[in-house]
Ligand binder design. Structure first.
Ligand code: MSS
Length: 366
C-alpha cells in the first residue's frame, strides 16, 4: 500500500493511528477508531476545510475575536468576551460532512471518498444565538435565512464570492443555533473553528461555520458560490444551481462499528454487534440489524446515555451466528417514522448518503 500521508501541522496533535489523511484539508476518522465510544475525542475527529485553515495566531487573543452581527434591530460587532456574558449552553451534536459516504457511490463523484469517518458526536459549549439576537433588540425584519461567514483570509485577485465559506440556513434553525467557543470541554482548536464557531444542530457539516466573523439575518440566501452552486442535491449529469435542494438537515442514518472485517474472522456463537445511529434533528426511535440483506431484521438495544435528539445513539445487539459469511447491516428509524433507506439517492456530488446497504460490512464467522 502507498505510504500514509502525514498529518498537516495544524492537525499534528491528532492521533495518527486513528486517522486517514486524504489531503491536508480532508482527514477522516478510521471506522475502527470509533470503537464503542459515545463522544468522539478531539484527537480523532475528522477535519474538512474548504480553504486552508487561518494562521494559528487568530487563537492568541481568543476573547478579543470579533463577530459582526447584522439584520438585527441594533446591528454591531461583539467580542467573544461579550458573547460570554449573554448565556451559556452545552449541546451534543453529530458533526457530519455532507459528503460522508461518498466513497460508497459506484459513480465515483469528484470530492473526497469518505466512507463513515467524516462524522463524530461532539459536545459544544457557547451562547444560544437567540440570546444574542435578544441582546441586539430582536430581528430587524422578518428574516428567512441565517447566514454565517468564515474568517479565512481570501486569496487576492479573485472574486471573493467564488471562494468565501459563507452558508445560509433557514431561520427555523435559530432556536437551536449556538455560537460555540468550546468543544468537548476544551477551548475550540483551530482545526475545528476556534476561536468561535456557528453550530447548527441537525444540519450537515458545511453549515457549521468555523472562525465565524459575520452572522447576518436576511431575506435571501448568500450569493457565495459555496451556497448558490456548491452543496446542492444535483441530478447526475446536471449542473448545480440555486434551484436545487441545498445540503441542510441531515437524514436518518446508522452504521456498524464492530466487529469489523479488518480484525479477522469472528468466533461462531453469540456475536456482539454495535454501532451508532442518528436522525439529524429528530431523535432515534429504534435500530434494527440484518444479516441477510434486509430480508429479516433483529431489533437492537439503544445503549449508553441519551444526549438529546442532535446526538448519536449507540446501539448493540447479540446475534447467534453459525460459521459463514455475512453481510451485516443496520437500519435506523427516527421519531417521525423516517426509515433509513436501502438505496442511496443518486446525485452528482455524492451528498447525503444514508443507504443501509452501502454502509453494511462483510463479516466472516468461523
Ligand atoms: N467553516 C469554514 N470557515 N471553512 C470551511 O472550510 N468547512 C465546512 C464546515 N465549516 C468549513 C467550515 C465543512 S464542508 C465541514 S464538513 C465542517 O466544517 C467540518 O468541520 P470539522 O471541524 O470536522 O473540520 Mo462538509 O459538509
Amino acid at each position: 500500500p502507498p505510504a500514509a500521508k502525514p498529518l498537516p501541522a495544524y492537525a499534528a496533535w491528532k492521533n495518527p493511528a486513528a486517522m486517514v489523511v486524504h489531503s491536508a484539508t480532508t482527514i477522516e476518522t478510521r471506522r475502527s477508531a470509533f470503537g464503542t465510544g459515545l463522544i468522539t475525542p478531539a484527537q480523532q475527529l475528522y477535519i474538512r476545510n474548504n480553504l486552508p485553515a487561518p494562521n494559528a495566531s487568530i487563537l492568541e487573543q481568543r476573547e478579543a475575536w470579533t463577530i459582526s452581527l447584522e439584520g438585527v434591530k441594533q446591528p454591531r460587532s461583539m467580542t467573544l468576551a461579550e458573547l460570554k456574558t449573554l448565556g451559556l449552553e452545552t449541546v451534543a451534536t453529530v458533526l457530519q460532512c455532507s459528503g460522508n459516504g461518498r466513497g460508497f457511490f459506484p459513480s465515483k463523484p469528484s470530492g473526497t471518498p469518505w466512507t463513515v469517518g467524516a462524522a463524530g458526536c461532539v459536545l459544544w459549549t457557547g451562547v444560544p444565538l437567540r440570546n444574542v439576537v435578544a441582546a441586539l433588540g430582536g430581528l430587524a425584519d422578518d428574516a428567512k435565512f441565517i447566514t454565517g461567514t468564515g474568517g479565512e483570509k481570501l486569496p487576492e485577485g479573485i472574486d471573493p464570492l467564488s471562494v468565501v465559506v459563507e452558508r445560509s440556513v433557514p431561520i427555523k434553525a435559530l432556536d437551536d443555533c449556538l455560537l460555540a467557543w468550546d468543544m468537548n470541554g476544551e477551548p475550540l482548536s483551530l482545526a475545528h473553528g476556534g476561536p468561535l464557531r456557528l453550530i447548527v444542530p441537525g444540519y450537515q457539516g458545511v453549515n457549521n461555520i468555523k472562525y465565524i466573523k459575520r452572522l447576518a439575518f436576511g431575506s435571501s440566501e448568500s450569493k457565495a458560490k459555496i451556497m448558490a452552486h456548491g452543496y446542492r442535491i444535483t441530478p447526475p449529469g446536471a449542473q448545480s444551481g440555486p434551484e436545487q435542494e441545498s445540503v441542510w438537515e441531515m437524514n436518518v442514518k446508522s452504521w456498524i462499528n464492530g466487529p469489523l472485517p479488518e480484525a479477522g474472522a469472528v468466533k461462531a456463537g453469540l456475536v456482539q454487534l454495535h454501532g451508532v445511529a442518528f436522525g439529524g434533528s429528530k431523535a432515534i426511535a429504534r435500530v434494527e440489524v440484518s444479516t441477510d440483506d434486509g430480508k429479516t431484521w433483529h431489533p437492537a438495544r439503544l445503549t449508553g446515555p441519551d444526549l438529546g435528539r442532535f446526538a448519536w445513539r449507540q446501539f448493540a445487539v447479540a446475534l447467534k451466528l453459525p460459521a459463514g459469511n455475512y453481510q451485516v447491516a443496520s437500519r435506523a428509524v427516527d421519531s417521525a417514522g423516517n426509515v433509513q433507506p436501502a438505496e442511496r439517492l443518486e446525485n452528482a456530488h455524492g451528498y447525503n448518503n444514508n443507504s443501509w446497504r452501502d454502509h453494511a460490512i462483510q463479516l466472516t464467522v468461523a
